[in-house]
Design a protein around this ligand. Structure first.
Ligand SMILES: Nc1nc2c(ncn2[C@@H]2O[C@H](COP(=O)(O)OP(=O)(O)OP(=O)(O)O)[C@@H](O)[C@H]2O)c(=O)[nH]1
Ligand SMILES: [Mg+2]
Length: 535
């Protein structure tokens, strides 16, 4: 195997060959398109689909929800596992839109690295910056792909400078583009001394890969027009002088990012990036947990839930928990301890994902992401072990920032609506509150578009048209305290009291003043903006 750097002791080979990473970027930079090409080169699919498919063309694997297909944006993270050369890749395509960043942030707790996609014409955008900061907090290694080089793009140096300055990370070029826009020919692979030429005619293949003996090999001139060779050589000489060379250790520590240039839609530059992930990307890493950390090479199996999704595929109407294995060698049928409930759980039908498709997983290793179908026992943040009372830490919980009332189009269907909303609440897709007074449900989310996703999913998955309306409340706070103080508080604030899907008490209001008043007048109760998911 071509492992050349590692920040871990020797791992069992099956674990050491795993690469688990998320693809992140500002909306529209090309994550889903890139994911599709990863699957293509990983041999997992025969033909790549398109984000916005017309007529006969295929849809992408990772945007499988109806709203994703309709709008051509990703609204939910999806996982995919496949082989690539000596490696096993577990890849998560994330949504770029900030209204869905809850999902992206949680995904970043379950991966060992991130592939940051940048649009060559736009450079570092607002959401790139935010996501980068989250990666930095977790010291996640980052590999960068500068996409859409087939269109008019910025100067290569300008892009690199912008990343270095805006994100305060060293950037080292792994490839160098030759020509821009309609003159873009391909890239010089600086790590392997190869000339890669792009095929504009067939988007599913790379035109030519030409082995070259260094930059001054005369073969270069045979394939590249003279004026482009001159500019390219000048740039590469400058880059070698001004930019740092690739330091694998610095990459693993998150201080340096190698950058590849390419065009995902033209399948260009993708294989080089994949080779780079195998070679420079991290092996499965240590997981922080309480009361002790978990190392991937530990023989006993442990894992944690970072995402729950109901009704992923109408063919399988169930709920699937996405579990990142933190340690050990998992085998189908194993009995694991569900630490939160202290109950054993037989994992008889674990699945491996290929986005909406899945296959039974006979086994899995630390680093893998598997799906566990269940009836609601598994929640985000839950830990599974072979018996030890240990809890994975660091999975963020989000305060609902926007509240709306949800009503069924048909008032007779209120009970059905309740069932649907409770499912989404358990999935973590929304917070759902049932007021003590009045009818309807109050739904809380982090980004406004989440209301639209919910409405669309409730209609499609439960056959219930619903509407979301402005609510009289704008803030929700969980009420904590002993039963007596809670009851006393509830008795005098009836108009504001609701319960969440676990039956826990929530205080709803539209005034910060109210929250301050409660804190002053009821010292025995505590109001919190998020509810700890672990009990
Ligand atoms: N010209 C050009 N267009 C591309 C390229 N890669 C992707 N696109 C287009 O860019 C648009 C957005 O691509 P997506 O793959 O959906 O981007 P995304 O990052 O997954 O978007 P969100 O998930 O919504 O954040 C689509 O119309 C793609 O066809 C490329 O290399 N060149
Ligand atoms: Mg997408």
């Amino acid at each position: 195997m071509t492992q050349i750097a590692s920040n871990r002791p020797d791992l069992p080979p099956e674990i050491g060959r795993r690469r688990t990473f998320a693809i992140i970027s500002h909306p529209d930079a090309g994550k889903t398109t890139l994911t599709e090409k990863f699957l293509l080169f990983g041999g997992a699919i025969q033909m790549a689909g398109q984000v916005r498919a017309k007529g006969e063309s295929r849809r992408t694997r990772s945007d499988f929800m109806q709203m994703e297909k309709d709008r051509g944006i990703s609204v939910s993270a999806s996982a995919m596992s496949f082989e690539y050369h000596d490696f096993r890749f577990n890849l998560v395509d994330t949504p770029g839109h900030s209204d869905f960043s809850e999902d992206t942030y949680r995904t970043l707790t379950a991966v060992d690295a991130a592939v940051m996609v940048i649009d060559g014409a736009k450079g570092v955008e607002s959401q790139t910056r935010k996501l980068f900061e989250v990666c930095r907090l977790r010291d996640l290694p980052i590999l960068t792909f500068c996409n859409k080089m087939d269109r008019e793009s910025r100067e290569t140096f300008e892009i690199i400078d912008e990343i270095q300055e805006n994100l305060a990370i060293d950037v080292t070029p792994a490839s160098w583009p030759i020509g821009v826009g309609s003159e873009f020919l391909g890239c010089y692979d600086l790590l392997n001394d190869r000339l890669e030429l792009m095929d504009r005619a067939d988007r599913n293949r790379v035109a030519e890969s030409i082995k070259i003996k260094g930059l001054y090999d005369s073969k270069l001139k045979e394939h590249v027009p003279k004026h482009l060779v001159e500019k390219f050589l000048e740039e590469v000489e400058m880059a070698r002088e001004l930019l740092p060379t690739l330091d694998p250790q610095a990459v693993l520590e998150g201080h340096m990012t190698p950058i590849w240039f390419g065009s995902a839609i033209n399948s260009f530059g993708v294989k080089e990036l994949m080779d780079g992930i195998g070679r420079y990307g991290p092996e499965p890493q240590i997981q922080s947990a309480d009361p002790r950390q978990i190392a991937p090479e530990e023989p006993k199996v442990s894992g944690f839930v970072f995402k729950v999704q109901a009704n992923m595929d109408p063919k399988h109407r169930d709920r699937v928990a996405f579990v990142r294995l933190a340690s050990g060698h998992f085998k189908r049928g194993m009995k694991l301890l569900h630490v939160r409930s202290k109950k054993p759980m037989a994992v008889s039908n674990p699945v491996l994902f290929l986005a909406a498709d899945r296959e039974l997983a006979e086994e899995a290793w630390a680093g893998d992401i598997i799906g566990i179908p269940n009836h609601g026992q598994l929640r985000i943040g839950d830990t599974l072990t072979e018996g030890e009372q240990i809890r994975v830490t660091g999975i963020p919980s989000f305060a609902p920032e926007l509240l709306q009332t949800c009503r069924a189009g048909d008032p007779m269907k209120a009970k059905h609506l309740e069932k649907a909303l409770m499912q989404f609440a358990e999935e973590g897709a929304a917070k759902v509150f049932k007021p003590t007074f009045g009818s309807g449900f109050i739904v809380g989310v982090v980004g406004a578009l989440q209301f639209e996703v919910l409405a669309s999913r409730i209609e499609l998955e439960y056959g219930l048209p619903v509407r979301f309306e402005q609510s009289q409340f704008t803030s929700a706070r969980w009420v904590q305290g002993d039963k007596q103080s809670q009851d006393k508080f509830a008795a005098t604030n009836k108009q504001h009291i609701a319960t969440d899907h676990d039956g826990d008490m929530v205080f709803l209001t539209r005034l910060q003043w109210d929250i301050d008043r409660v804190e002053r007048d009821y010292p025995d109760v505590n109001l919190t903006a998020t509810k700890e998911m672990m009990v």
